[in-house]
Write a protein that binds this ligand. Sequence first.
Ligand SMILES: [Zn+2]
Length: 210
Amino acid sequence: MASGQKIFSSLGSFFFPLSCLGCGKGGTSLCNPCARSLPGTRKSPIPGVFSLLDYDDRTVKKALRAFKYRGDREIATVFGELLQKTLAQKIRGDAATILVTIPPGKKRIRAFGFDHMRRIAEYVSSEGLRYEKETLYRTREAPRQADIKKKSDRLKNMEGVFAVRNKDLIKKKQIVLIDDIATTGATLTEAKKALLRAGAKNVYCITIAR
Ligand SMILES: [Zn+2]
């Protein structure tokens, strides 16, 4: 099953010729004009979490799914550029700033074979920000947040899920923590707690969509 999924995702573009998820133009997953006009989120912000795009927008939703489930590299680049631009505006990066991603659950890796957020982090790190992969790890497998409706249950579900592997790497450092989508912010809140407990100076949470 897992390898079948992987083969399917790598052959996806062979069987289905590329066309823009926004306007349908051929030859690209997301053309430049559509990429430039992706709308920012209009939902009320989650305290302490900044989100780049509006998940209620049809094209944003399709693009995020293509990125998350097919690992679409063109879209990863679009999101990476957007994140890079936002970081340049909002965060004063220096040698003591480190990019950290939320580690995917084992089920996700088994089903899709790749860590989508790592692709964005690698793009951003190629532009200068230091990325420490596998800083966080999961202490246990939690049921999927998407399957849990109540906010308090989502918080409880994520309690103590994350821990820091190499505390020396993040001690007294400013952390930029990124994830794909924020619904209640429970995942980011827990990951942030783990980073602060391990000695991080401060943690900025950013998601691609909300
Ligand atoms: Zn387009």
